[in-house]
Design a protein around this ligand. Sequence first.
Ligand SMILES: Nc1ncnc2c1ncn2[C@@H]1O[C@H](COP(=O)(O)OP(=O)(O)OP(=O)(O)O)[C@@H](O)[C@H]1O
Ligand code: SF4
Ligand SMILES: [Mg+2]
Length: 397
Amino acid sequence: MSEKKKNTGYLSGKEIRAIAKENAKVMKRLEAYKYRKAEESEFLSEMRDPDNILEIDDLHTYFFTEQGVVKAVNGVSFDVPRNATVGVVGESGCGKSVTSMSVMRLLQGPQGQIYSGAIRFQSKDYKRDEKGKPIGTETEDKVYDIAKMPIREIYRIRGKQIAMIFQEPMTSLNPVFTIGQQLDEVTLIHTPDATKEMAKARSIEMLNLVGIAMPERVYNAFPHELSGGMRQRVMISMALAANPRLIIADEPTTALDVTIQAQILDLLRDLKTKIDGSIMLITHDLGIIAEMADYVVVMYAGRVIEKGTVDEIFHDPRHPYTIGLQKSKPTLDSGDEALFNIPGNVPNPINMPDHCYFKERCDRACEKCSGAYPEMIQVSPTHYVSCWLYEEGNENG
Ligand SMILES: Nc1ncnc2c1ncn2[C@@H]1O[C@H](COP(=O)(O)OP(=O)(O)OP(=O)(O)O)[C@@H](O)[C@H]1O
Ligand code: SF4
Ligand SMILES: [Mg+2]
């Protein structure tokens, strides 16, 4: 290609066709991998730390579009310890939902694909015969690498051991079935030998557990007959019906008003103790994180840029982006003062630079920041930051 053409920034028809051909090839390979038949041994794994319930390790999730490859999740690693709430925070489009959809294997194919990485989950599954069928109701501990599981095996985990609560319950509830029919189904699908009566009793129990006063009435109602807050309670009861070990809540209160929001958060906190499980809580609201989380993961443009305990992230933030986020949070003392705004935009996800993605917005960028993307640097046993300022010997950090 001539130098002149290279500088236009546009792709030629030939280049576009070449991208499409290459994308089609990769998508076909990944789809075939997803739909393959595989022995259980192919997706069994070991936890790095047995105190974790989930370990996401260098996860890459891409969307293959006509304009190019969107690296929505580009090397994300973090853990969810047992009985802990991990808050995932970051601005719109940074890859929070795509990370959770990867764990649930709900990515829209063939464009959306887990490209590489591991998602290890400490599962408690039924004992199975060599064909993968459950033998009775006895369970055993097994670590599954969800990223390697053929999609036909995902029912072992999805909705049962890992449940998800979405932002807008109306899109997840089926408008033509009653709440009871939809709740019963969870028990009927996930519990071998469950009868209709057992399922109903469990559904009523779950509705009670999420604080619904007249469970029989809600059981017989259709979704449109309930308020937003009630629907979110129903969604939570549905997530709980299968007794999950991990709940992923993606902006669970964004569609609700403030008082209902507080009730739903109380409910989630309460339930974590009741089910003796963990929560991965996705939100862009730092107030919710401060109130709910034990650990915080800060994402920026498809990467984790800082992670630590809630205390470390709130009282000792290190990454200039995390510091900016804290400054842009309204407080009672802000008064009429304009809120701090981090200048600039996130880079184009199709064409990410090689250097730190925050560089163009960073007021502390140094010479090194134009070089390679910064490695994760450990600043305490639980606190990590990806920023050149904290490299050993850098006095500005
Ligand atoms: N189906 C898709 N096709 C192409 N790109 C997609 C698709 N779904 C998501 N993306 C891209 O992936 C990136 C991450 O999106 P994601 O939904 O995970 O953001 P998010 O952090 O959840 O944001 P929000 O706070 O707005 O919910 C974005 O750049 C988005 O445009
Ligand atoms: S690596 Fe450099 S540009 Fe990136 S956040 Fe740190 S100081 Fe800023
Ligand atoms: Mg989202």
